[in-house]
Each structure stands twice: as structure tokens, then as C-alpha cells.
Design a binder for this molecule. Structure first.
Ligand SMILES: [Zn+2]
Length: 288
């Protein structure tokens, strides 16, 4: 439940008493998740409390820690999987976000039609910057977008999200194993620069011909490449952007990796410990 006092002119003391009781007794007793917004300034006897995100405002963005942003993403994905998405008044959100945006995070994800970040994390207008490119690679133009999102617009977390059954990753594996370029195989003249980025995460020595894969083996192999590709993108972000690396070092920004399972809707989150210069070396990964 959201109690929103931002548009109120006056709340009677008796009503404030009821709200106070509801916040401290009834809601707790009944297991109701209660968010309070807009009380702090006009009605100091009632404290604002953000249990879930209605939409990200300047106050919300500045009060959130990177760790809390990650929690909000985890809670949102849980609601998405369980079909408990928040009911939102989109017209009100259009109006509320029209004067400015204060997104809490930037998500770098694939263009795949099954992986829109706002849906899989049960978020809405104004909540995140969404950078989408096939194979979620860190090209220079993507990095510019992420730098703006964090250093100028104040996002607290970069989430790099790959996914299972990724067409771009599958193509990168197929092409490197068959020693073909994307232009030769597809006729697409601009695809190779993107495929080459992903192929940094493919170990050429483990390639097989199409007929040599056991059933299910190739899909599992490609999913592992997707995970490595996320780790590679995370490393590229800090290696290629001193701006973002600096914010991470200062603790103002958190860099998190994730893999979305297109069969279950579940997102697994992870962070790397330490760094490795070789794209194929598997860094120590810790689930978060
Ligand atoms: Zn994809």
C-alpha cells in the first residue's frame, strides 16, 4: 500500500493519528507492506518510508544506497515471477515524471524482445535508464550513455544483464566455430563489430562442428558464453571508462552482473571479485 501525501493541502490531526496507528500497528500486524511519501516536510510527526518504489524522484534517488537499489531489483523480479506486479496509474506517472527524471539505475541488456528490463524487474516510468544492444556489449557509444546515466544523472547501479538462448551469442559461437564472418553468413554489413565483441568470451579450443554437439550441450555452452560475456562487459566498463571506475571506487556506484532465464523469468545476480585481464579466464564470481 502507498499512502501519498504529496498533493495534500491539509490533513486533520485525527486523520494523522489514524495514519500513524496504521503505520506502526495495523500494517505490521496484518503484514501489509506500507510505503509513505510526502509526509516528512508537511507532517513531521509521520515519517516517510519507502518499502517499494512508486516511481523514482530526486528524494528517492538521493536516499537510496546502491545496495538498496539491488534489493529493489530483486524484489521486483520476484513479483514478476510470481505474477504480483504492482498496479500503477500510468497516467499519473506520466504527469509525475514530466518535470524531470531521477532514475536509480542503468540497465545494459540485450535487444531480445523477451527481456525488457522494466517488465522483468516490475519497474515503471522514470525508474531506470535502459541501454539495449544485441549481446549487451560495452561499445563506446553505450559507454557514453552509461557515463551520462551515472555521472550526470545520478544512477546508483549499473546492471549488465545477459540472458539464456541469446541469438547474438548463439550467432557469435556459430560463426567463430565455422570460421565465418557475420557479413558472409547473414549479409548484414554492420554486424561483425558487435559479434567480435561477444567472441572474446568464446574459447576457440572448445568449438565443435554442428554434428558433434550432444543434445542440449550446445545450448548450455552458449548460455555459459552469455554469462562470460556479461563478465567481459563488466570488465570493459571499468577498463574503458575511468569516470565509471572512479565512481565504483568511491562506493557511489555498484556494478552488478545478471543472467535472465527466458524459461523461468528468474534473474541470477552476481559480482566479480578482483579482476582478470584475460577475457577467457573465469574471475571469481559471487552470487549477490
Ligand atoms: Zn540476446
Amino acid at each position: 500500500m502507498l499512502l501519498d501525501a504529496r498533493s495534500t493541502d491539509y490533513i486533520d490531526a485525527d486523520i494523522l493519528g489514524l495514519i500513524h496507528d496504521f503505520q506502526h500497528k495495523t500494517a505490521k500486524a496484518r503484514g501489509i507492506k506500507l510505503s509513505m511519501a510526502g509526509f516528512k516536510d508537511k507532517y513531521p510527526q509521520i515519517k516517510d518510508r519507502i518499502q517499494f518504489l512508486d516511481y523514482s524522484t530526486r528524494a528517492v534517488q538521493s536516499s537510496l544506497t546502491p545496495e538498496r537499489v539491488l534489493e529493489i531489483f530483486k524484489e521486483g523480479n520476484e513479483r514478476f515471477r510470481e505474477g504480483r506486479h504492482l498496479t500503477r496509474d500510468i497516467g499519473r506517472l506520466v504527469d509525475a515524471t514530466s518535470a524531470g527524471q531521477f532514475p536509480m539505475a542503468v540497465v545494459l541488456s540485450c535487444i531480445d524482445s523477451r527481456t525488457p528490463a522494466e517488465l522483468v524487474f516490475d519497474l515503471s516510468l522514470g525508474d531506470i535508464f535502459s541501454a539495449r544492444i544485441a549481446g549487451n556489449v560495452a561499445s563506446h557509444k553505450v559507454l557514453g550513455s552509461i557515463e551520462y546515466s551515472c555521472a550526470v544523472a545520478g544512477a546508483k547501479m549499473i546492471l549488465v544483464m545477459g540472458h539464456t538462448s541469446c541469438g547474438a551469442v548463439n550467432a557469435a559461437v556459430d560463426l567463430i566455430c565455422s570460421n565465418q564472418t557475420a557479413a558472409e553468413a547473414t549479409g548484414c554489413v554492420n554486424l561483425d563489430s558487435l559479434v567480435i565483441e561477444i567472441q572474446q568470451s568464446v574459447d576457440l579450443s572448445t568449438c565443435k562442428s554442428d554434428s558433434a554437439w550432444l543434445p542440449g550441450e550446445k545450448a548450455a555452452y552458449a548460455n555459459e558464453v552469455s554469462r562470460r560475456n556479461v563478465l567481459c562487459t563488466m570488465r570493459m566498463i571499468t577498463e574503458r571508462s575511468s569516470t565509471l571506475e572512479g565512481l565504483v571506487q568511491e562506493g557511489k556506484l555498484m556494478l552488478v552482473g545478471a543472467l535472465y532465464d527466458i524459461q523461468t523469468g528468474m534473474v541470477s545476480f552476481f559480482q566479480t571479485q578482483g579482476s582478470s585481464k584475460s577475457p577467457l579466464a573465469i574471475p571469481t564470481v559471487e552470487a549477490v
